[in-house]
Design a protein around this ligand. Structure first.
Ligand code: 13P
Ligand code: ZN
Length: 274
């Protein structure tokens, strides 16, 4: 990559690499999926200097106080993950949330008049919620993984039973998502309502499934957000490979899940296991 900004920024380099991986896994058809990552202020200073604003874009919501002034690298709306690697400046951008919370100040990228993802509500609201819980939070990742999506067509949409069915598929699932998977009802995407409901769920978990659509994951870095979603995706794949076809004769018991959680010092959601 020739762009000197990208070469200086570990965050943007990793962002591009992860997006390319997600596309190759078949999670992000067409413009499906969107990601935003909070950039630490030292990196912003080192990479962009005084970070001059190229233009401002009005936000469709007033950003919560705790994310005002923060800088995010974020995917553009209608842009294909497939194209990010070859043309990052057009397909992604770096923007600061204005001090009054009403605008995005574009510092880099979003060339040819591009703008941030249509899921800006969910991204900004989830960042705000997770930063209150965990000051090391950085990433909101939304994608359309095949098996998670397929599972929501055939599994009852109940957080508890879905979480336990996914935990049962692989011994180490409970270690990766002891807080379980959140679920919201199917609804139109790209709205403030879906953003608010997702962020509300993020108070108790780091991943929220949107039935018949995809998943949101929140984590401290891009590797962990990707790892969280790929683990849930693999659990969903195993569930679909093993149910409705053959009789289950071996399964991880509730006690087994509890024992693994104990060994690795994690606490599964209370009340989910017998
Ligand atoms: P954007 O292209 O606006 O990011 O939308 C893609 C998507 O997955 C909506 O949920
Ligand atoms: Zn989507």
């Amino acid at each position: 990559m020739k762009d000197s900004i990208i070469n200086k920024s570990e965050t943007i380099k990793k962002f591009i690499e992860i997006i390319d991986n997600m596309y190759r896994l078949g999670w992000d058809e067409k413009n499906g999926g969107n990601i935003s990552v909070l950039m630490d202020e030292e990196e912003v200073k080192r990479v962009f200097g005084k970070a001059k604003t190229k233009r401002t874009i009005p936000l469709p919501l007033i950003a919560n106080e705790n994310i005002r002034g923060l800088v995010f690298v974020i995917t553009g709306t209608t842009k294909y993950f497939r194209n990010v690697k070859n043309d990052p400046k057009t397909n992604i951008g770096v923007m600061r949330i204005s001090q009054d919370g009403t605008k995005a100040e574009v510092i880099w990228g979003f060339e040819n008049n591009g703008t941030f993802t249509s899921e800006i509500y969910a991204h900004l609201l989830c960042h705000s919620t997770r930063l209150k819980i965990d000051p090391n939070h950085h990433v909101v990742m939304h994608t359309h993984p095949l098996y998670i999506l397929a599972l929501t067509h055939v599994h009852e949409l109940d957080e508890k039973s879905l979480t336990v069915d996914l935990w049962r598929t692989m011994t180490e699932s409970v270690i990766v998502y002891p807080d379980g998977v959140g679920l919201i009802p199917w609804q139109v995407c790209g709205t403030q309502k879906i953003g608010e409901e997702t962020a509300e769920k993020m108070k108790k978990t780091r991943c929220v499934i949107w039935p018949l659509h995809g998943i949101y994951g929140c984590e401290n870095n891009l590797d962990d957000a990707f790892g969280l979603i790929e683990t849930i995706e693999k659990s969903a794949q195993i569930f679909l490979l093993t149910h409705n076809h053959l009789e289950i004769i071996n399964d991880i018991t509730d006690q087994g899940i509890k024992d693994v959680a104990k060994r690795f010092n994690v606490t599964p959601v209370k009340g989910y296991l017998k």
